[in-house]
Design a protein around this ligand. Structure first.
Ligand SMILES: [Zn+2]
Length: 72
């Protein structure tokens, strides 16, 4: 299966993008996971995780916030 291919304009094809687990919103390169933090580390209420990722292509930075668990 040849799923990795490059079109003539140099941009990665759709199939290639699909193989990237966490494509960068801006450039489509793979986002590299950096670290997980507790909500507590960020001074946030509740019990959740903040994952930080940085782009391997354009150095964009992203934080993923898990949904806080709502305790009844
Ligand atoms: Zn990027």
């Amino acid at each position: 299966m040849d799923s990795i291919s490059t079109s003539s304009n140099g941009k990665a094809s759709y199939n290639y993008i699909e193989n990237i687990k966490n494509p960068c919103w801006f450039c489509g390169s793979e986002m590299i996971w950096g670290c997980d933090f507790d909500y507590e580390d960020y001074g946030l209420e509740g019990d959740g995780i903040v994952a930080t990722l940085s782009c391997s292509g354009c150095e964009a930075y992203a934080e993923f916030y898990s949904k806080p668990k709502e305790e009844q």
